[in-house]
Design a protein around this ligand. Sequence first.
Ligand SMILES: [Zn+2]
Ligand SMILES: [Zn+2]
Length: 244
Amino acid sequence: MKITVIGPWGGYPKANEASAGYLLEHEGFRLLIDCGSGVLSKLQTIVEPEKLDAVVISHYHSDHIADIGVLQHARLIQGFLGKEMNCLPIYAHPFNQQEFSKLTYKNITKGVSYQENDPLEIGPFTLGFIRTKHPVECFAIRFEAEGKAIVYTADTAFINEMIPFSSNADLLLCECNFYANQDGAGAGHMTSRYAGKLAKEANVKQLVLTHLPHYGRLEQLQEEAAEIYSGPIQLAHSGLSVTV
Ligand SMILES: [Zn+2]
Ligand SMILES: [Zn+2]
């Protein structure tokens, strides 16, 4: 599996960048994970939106779904221009019906619900879901294919359940919206130290810190996580690709 960071920013995108969005590819199948602000623009430097095969959404905060509407427009317009494409499935949780209903648009996209403890097959991937601790309902996602695993924490405060869920992952894509000396839990986010703790206790092979804050020296996040987790750690940035 190859995962490429489209947007590493939490809350909102930096100028000319994007908030949460990741492209997961395997055997020619392209799955977009979250579709935050700026994602549609940055995505086009890698692949045309009409070539996506599926989308999965962790939760309905704007920094994760802001560009769903323009993704729908892109596929509508490219369809008018003669491009052939299927109705795009957008997998998401059903616990906010108002938001979930917006995922279905003409015959362009269709919302499909997922549930905790109910693995889904999407193209070559098997997806597992676990509810996170966040101000709105949100799900972390484990992606598996051919014996490899990538875990995306989405947005969450540290919870012990994330340890078995992330167990032995080849890559942990972990949110890290706060520095070690801050209280992330109140906002439903993790600090660098908790990202390191999760990576260590789940025995993952590598850690990528994402959903980054807009202040401070970002390398400090990496240094703080490395005080706890001794494996390889990278900071997410637009265009970063990891193959497992
Ligand atoms: Zn977020
Ligand atoms: Zn959120």
